[in-house]
Design a protein around this ligand. Sequence first.
Ligand code: AMP
Ligand code: MG
Length: 307
Amino acid sequence: MAKDKNSKMVRDVSSFVRPYRVSDGEDFRLKSFSTDDKGGLDKEQAQKILDLNRERMNDLQERLYAEDRWSLLLIFQGMDAAGKDSAIEHVLHGINPQGCDVHSFKVPTSKELDHDFLWRSTVALPERGRIGIFNRSYYEELVVVRVHPEILTKQRIPSKLVTKSIWQERFEDIRSFERYLSRNGTMILKFFLNVSKEEQRQRFLERLEEPSKWWKFSMADVGERHLWDKYQAAWQDAIGHTATAHAPWHVVPADHKWFARLVISSAIVQALEKIDPKYPKVDKKASPEYEQVRRALLAEAPKKNAK
Ligand code: AMP
Ligand code: MG
């Protein structure tokens, strides 16, 4: 009975994931993905499904942790103000923090620049049994670095290795890296929060008009906004070349934050359901010992009338 209920729910959530999932990047066109879909729902309806997803995720995460075999890597990308931080906050809400790690990738430090571009991500990967969240990631290496070639110069890669093929080579390296991870038990889900330029304008305005949001605003963001088309082109190329069955992208409509959350949490529930982690079985032979310990602990109980 309970199983029927769960499988029905999973079937239901797949309709919020399928339209936005890209697991084969051939012919990928970013423009053909909506930024303002609501999946035919209103906010209240979405909230109910989100609550159910949260319960489900909680249980699945506990099992993932107990089984200690698989890990889940969630990558969040998007233009400035696309809602990465708040999406992560919501995904994590209600999840046991012991089983999660969040890493925010900023402009690389000089130590990080002293290594290959995947190095800092490699050391931040989730352990078995855990959920790892990347707020930005090595995908910046295909986008911000491509839009600003001067960043590439700072990476001090031997110049004869920096050729016109560098982006194709990075696509290939990332595809191989993700395939390697998936072959070792890391399930990877990538989310591109697809926000419209108009929605970004409104969110920037909100940040400027609300003093408590000033800290989120950076003058550099305005400069990047002027490069919108270049960024969109770089993202299209990056997603198109790295969307695979074992590390799919989800181009999440992000103009309505509540709908973006629904798509993301549904994709996570679906992935964890697919892993279907199990609590480790207790060795039957150990059971008599368990019984002995249980009896001993019972016998230790304080006597009711003892002085
Ligand atoms: P925020 O996420 O708003 O705190 O900003 C972090 C900044 O770090 C963004 O402007 C990113 O583009 C930048 N960033 C992240 N990773 C890289 C990278 N690998 N190379 C250059 N800039 C990066
Ligand atoms: Mg920022």
